[in-house]
Write a protein that binds this ligand. Structure first.
Ligand code: G6P
Length: 609
């Protein structure tokens, strides 16, 4: 969603702000703006649309003088994308400029309060009240004015704030929305995400909720919520900028699909030592595991789809009930959680607002929270009792691929680990699972080598209006992800159905030429799925099947086209089967000329409810 960059130093600020915002484009946005102090006044330039439009207006930043500024990419919540609603938002007097990620929940009350004191508002945003409120309290000390304003503000925020009469100062503050600061030789930075500063430094400080930062030419000072100075640990980001660049690929999504063998290996291999799964980053006692009455998996989007696969697998392995919930539903459905419940939160970004809220609710109810997270030090990672990181590296394309695959890998490790502790699998099975899991990276690699065939299939079907996915058991969980991937980036209407459920309604939409993608990898239910394929064939559907080497002879008899993946133990099939579905979505979107890495209306990290 929205992105923040701030800079003060010896260089011209505007080009640095634009460059930082470019690195944040992947988060999804619909307008952008900068505010730069030229020594006399604050210049504010904003534009609806892509960052390029803003960059063109200011000649790549060259047209704006000054070495201190803040910039923002906005994903509209309060008020449609427009120049007026873009950030920075500026107070009436023109003295205060604000960039903001998050939502000010009591903005209407604050607006009433300020309006009754004669303040005029110019935008539909919640952010404008922050600029007006800080100005209302401003008496020459920016930090104190921000502190007073924050006292009255409810909601989530990462804020960057400047004052026209303080040409060399930026104040930052955060609650429930990420914000970092960083120092380099040529200046000091504020940003919502490390990728924005990686070109300048890899040493960053992650601010915590309630922290304030004051950036000046001298450096960065950090204060707690009572404005007492504090020291914070400097963290070194050990992935370099090339991980966040396209490296010769046309799209981040394609690059990230191709990186999957490597990141799956990185996620699994260090955790298997001497033929044992070693999860030394977590601290679940064997007594706790044995006493578990239930496992809850909570997540959003593709992470939720990982949870769907994990439910089938972990229940099968551990014989403990596993419930999967959408994070946005979990907190409002009176979940049954107690101190015998393990709540597994899955999140790539670690900042998804609904998943954070669900995590807090789970803890409030006494559950133990274990998270599977990609972004180190993110809110979800910090607030969980235990964290298992997915080593996917930075994922830039909005549509997740490699993070999904590494999340799956962690759920396998976790399921087998729990089952071993519970004694629900024997030694032979345990060994066989470990041997099989290690084959995933090479098998994914071999599937990627066959991408030409998937590109050909995409060329047959990219003009379809509707595409249905069907599957049973883990193939159903996978169908959900295949369908989501396709609709996210190609804008083709698509639905995923449990194959046996199709005839209870959705089959009425199947007609001559409708494409049905049948995911039929799960050997135990192959014949059942084949019956469902035959049902749609009888209604003249086109069937593209995804099956294994073992399933090929049967599935081939009822399909118009087929994608075949290598055999593997059924637990791990989703790791192989998802790859052709990702490639299919990618090639279809490519042929339709879509903006693959930045699909319309979507955001990489959804930081609002
Ligand atoms: C957004 C992204 C999805 C992601 C979902 C959950 O919708 O576009 O790719 O699956 O958020 O995000 P998380 O970071 O919590 O995994």
């Amino acid at each position: 969603m929205c992105g923040i960059v701030g800079y003060i130093g010896s260089e011209q600020a505007a080009p640095i702000l634009l460059e930082g915002l470019k690195m944040l484009e992947y988060r999804g946005y619909d307008s952008a703006g900068v505010s730069v102090h030229d020594g006399c006044r604050l210049n504010v330039i904003k534009a609806k649309g892509r960052l390029q439009a803003l960059s063109d207006m200011i000649d790549g930043g060259k047209a704006v003088c000054g070495a201190c500024g803040i910039g923002h990419t906005r994903w509209a919540t309060h008020g449609k994308p427009s120049d007026e609603n873009s950030h920075p938002q500026v107070s009436n007097s023109g003295n205060i400029a604000v960039v903001h990620n998050g939502i000010i929940e009591n903005y209407l009350q604050l607006k009433d309060f300020l309006s009754s004191r004669g303040v005029k508002f110019h935008s539909e945003t919640d952010t404008e009240v922050v600029a007006q409120l800080v100005d209302y309290y401003y008496e020459g000390d920016l930090l104190k004015a921000v502190h007073k304003a924050i006292d009255r503000i409810e909601g989530s925020y990462a804020l960057g704030i400047m004052a026209a009469d303080q040409p060399d100062k930026i104040v930052g503050v955060r609650k429930d929305s990420p914000l970092i600061v960083a120092c380099s030789e040529n200046g000091n930075f504020l940003a919502s995400d490390v990728t924005a500063v990686l070109k300048h430094t890899r040493d960053v400080i992650y601010l915590d909720d309630g922290n304030y930062a004051v950036l000046s030419l001298k450096g960065v000072e950090i204060y707690d919520s009572f404005l007492r100075p504090i020291d914070k640990k400097i963290s070194h980001v050990d992935w370099d900028i090339s991980s966040a660049e396209k490296g010769g690929y046309e799209h981040f999504m394609f690059k990230e699909i191709m990186e999957q063998p490597e990141v799956i290996r990185k996620t699994i291999a260090p955790r298997i030592r001497n033929k044992k799964i070693v999860l030394d980053e977590i601290n679940l006692s064997s007594d706790f595991i044995k006493s578990l009455s239930k496992i809850y998996i909570v997540a959003c989007g593709s992470s939720y789809h990982v949870g769907m696969v994990a439910k089938y697998n972990i229940e099968k392995l551990t014989r403990k009930p596993v419930e999967v919930a959408l994070a946005s539903e979990f907190r409002y459905c009176s979940p049954i959680v107690d101190n015998k419940t393990l709540v597994v939160c899955i999140s790539q970004s670690g900042t998804t607002a609904d998943t954070i809220a669900a995590l807090r609710e789970a803890k409030r109810l006494g559950g133990r929270v274990l998270s599977i997270v990609n972004v180190v030090g993110s809110t979800i990672a910090k607030e969980s009792d235990d964290v298992i990181y997915t080593w996917a590296g930075p994922e830039i394309a909005v549509a997740t691929t490699k993070a999904y695959s590494t999340q799956l890998a962690v759920t396998y490790l976790l399921g087998i680990y729990l089952a071993d502790c519970l004694g629900t699998i024997d030694k032979d099975e345990y060994e066989r699972f470990l041997n099989e899991i290690m084959t995933i990276p090479d098998k994914v690699e071999s599937i990627l080598k066959g991408k030409g065939h998937i590109q050909y299939l995409a060329s047959l079907y990219f003009n379809n209006q509707d595409i249905f996915f069907i599957g049973r058991n883990i193939d159903y969980a996978l169908s959900l992800e295949g369908s989501l991937k396709l609709k996210e980036i190609s804008y083709i209407h698509s639905e995923a159905y449990a194959a046996g459920e199709l005839k209870h309604g959705t089959i009425s939409l199947v007609e001559d030429g409708t494409l049905v993608i049948a995911v039929a990898t799960y050997q135990k239910l192959l014949e059942k799925t084949i019956s469902n394929i035959v049902e749609v064939k009888a209604r003249d559907a086109q069937v593209l099947s995804l099956t294994t080497e073992s399933g090929k002879p049967l599935v081939g008899q009822v399909s118009d086209n087929m994608i075949v993946i290598p055999d593997i133990d059924e637990l791990f099939l989703p790791s192989l089967a998802v790859v052709p579905l990702q490639l299919f979505a990618y090639y279809v979107a490519l042929m339709r000329g879509c903006d693959i890495d930045k699909p319309r209306n979507l955001a990489k990290s959804v930081t609002v409810e």
